[in-house]
Design a protein around this ligand. Sequence first.
Ligand code: NAD
Ligand code: GLY
Length: 362
Amino acid sequence: MLCVNVDLKERSYPIYIGEGLLSDTQVYPLKKGDKVMIVTNPTIAQHYLSSVTETLEKIGCLVESVQLPDGEQYKTLESLDLIFTALLQANHGRDTTLIALGGGVIGDVAGYAAASYQRGVRFIQIPTTLLAQVDSSVGGKTAVNHKLGKNMIGAFYQPCTVIIDTLTLNSLPKREVNAGLAEVIKYGAILDHEFFVWLEQNINHLVTLEQAYLQQCIARCCQIKADVVARDETEQGDRALLNLGHTFGHAIETHLGYGKWLHGEAVAAGMMMAAVLSEKLGDLSFNDVARLEKLLAQANLPTISPDTMNAEDYLPHMMRDKKVLAGKLRLVLLKSLGQAYVATDTDKEYVLDAIRTCTQNS
Ligand code: NAD
Ligand code: GLY
């Protein structure tokens, strides 16, 4: 088992990474008599709910669960209400623990529920998608969507433990595995050229879910994210770098309707737009743009805009991005592979030009 620590002083927590951890009583920070509510969905429940429940019962916990409908379109205030209702109906008090068992959607909704139920209760993340294992379960961003914008209602709220059982990826649809690889590639592109090179050499082992490579990769991603979060928990600076491609990607997700393109797919196309824009601004070399495009394509990810969107469709969505300050667009761009920065007030004509370059008809 590998372990990465997120260093946030008295709110520090471990991320355990290994095979079969769902059934390992040692990794759960719980004791006999603790009350827990597992938040999951029917897709994940059929594979893993009984195994987590059995492990918790072995510890002696009083276990209940609530299942939300599956999908990004249910990352809503209504789903939040389902959790609150389940908690209240079963008389859960402030000493309860919420456990998110699922992908990023479950983690984000359950996390926000934990942040706000009775002003905050303990929270454990058990991420079961690659995207959630390398990104969303770590760092405490929790949220639900609004129809006018993604992740618009939420809070920073850290889990007390993250338990990553890499065997859960065996039941994950291939398209979802690939979407997770977009966030993996992101880490190399923004902060770690050596890791980017490692990915270029080993992407095939990851696509085919070879355990040793997966665990090494997930631990590296969690370490990069843990370091960033320790420096800048609430995104006053460096943490924004983790959003490479996201401003473009969120525009795709919102414009198409949540769930049409997977988050990771939208981020992949968005990273290409950011890379092309960086090249147009004279920072990134043509060769580096080509390397990023090749790696994304090897992970079976889109590198161009959806064909139903044109460049003008992006800007209204992008202007609602949480990084916008005083009406000015702030974008994460690349100086080189492994070195990202936040660009303030980039000329909108350059932005549109980069998006046009990444459309099918260009
Ligand atoms: P997801 O949660 O929708 O999961 C993808 C699909 O896989 C779902 O149908 C789910 O039921 C299913 N699934 C999950 N685990 C499975 C398994 N082991 N076997 C079979 N099926 C399984 O999608 P996601 O990609 O995990 O997360 C995307 C969400 O994460 C977005 O809402 C995005 O905004 C959010 N996100 C949050 C952060 C953050 O820092 N909080 C970071 C990145 C992304
Ligand atoms: N996924 C971006 C962040 O956690 O900040």
